[in-house]
Unconditional design. Structure first.
Length: 183
């Protein structure tokens, strides 16, 4: 898809500055950190707390980078955009890392890419942590589930967007600009 595919469409900006996400998103972030850890602690009470802090912090940094790479990979394969249409960086205001798709894609592909990191670097590793009683993996995956609240917000904001819409990832905010087909 190209910018010319956006002509004759109604534009709706569904993005928000990361630091201005609604309060419920920040509350959800805390809940999504605490609940998995509580559940893990109930299932594996003797293993909770066996973390090496420096290693854990390094793993967390790597997993945050992986989160952004998963966005790109999912958007690439769901949308067919070339690799050259993806950029990575860190937002200077919020210090949030990001992956930005620089071309429009169908809303279905955008949803897949927005939700993929929650599943791939959050939920799946958490399931592995539960099965293996790995407390460090439980902590890391809970942190990554919690950190995906911006993506959850983006998916929530797209809930009423019809399948024929195109999305253009916002370059500096959480979310996208939606281009709806003219009725």
């Amino acid at each position: 898809m190209t910018q010319s595919d956006l002509t004759n469409r109604r534009e709706v900006d569904l993005s928000v500055p990361i630091i201005r996400l609604p309060v419920w998103v920040w509350i959800l972030s805390v809940v999504l950190l605490i609940l998995p850890l509580l559940a893990f602690g109930l299932l594996h009470p003797t293993t909770l707390g066996n973390w090496r802090s420096i290693e854990t912090i390094l793993y967390l940094i790597l997993l945050v980078i992986a989160h952004e790479i998963v966005h790109a990979v999912a958007w690439k394969f769901a949308s067919g955009l070339p690799w050259s249409r993806f950029s990575f960086g860190i937002d200077k205001k919020s210090l949030s890392p990001y992956c930005h798709a620089e071309a429009p894609m169908e809303v279905r592909a955008y949803r897949i890419g927005a939700g993929a990191p929650l599943v791939v670097v959050g939920i799946l590793p958490y399931v592995v942590a539960l099965l293996t009683a790995d407390s460090r993996l439980a902590l890391l995956s809970a942190a990554l589930i919690s950190a995906a609240v911006g993506d959850i917000y983006v998916l929530w904001s797209l809930r009423g967007v019809p399948d024929g819409a195109l999305c253009l990832d916002h370059p500096s905010q959480a979310g996208c600009i939606v281009y709806l087909p003219e009725a």
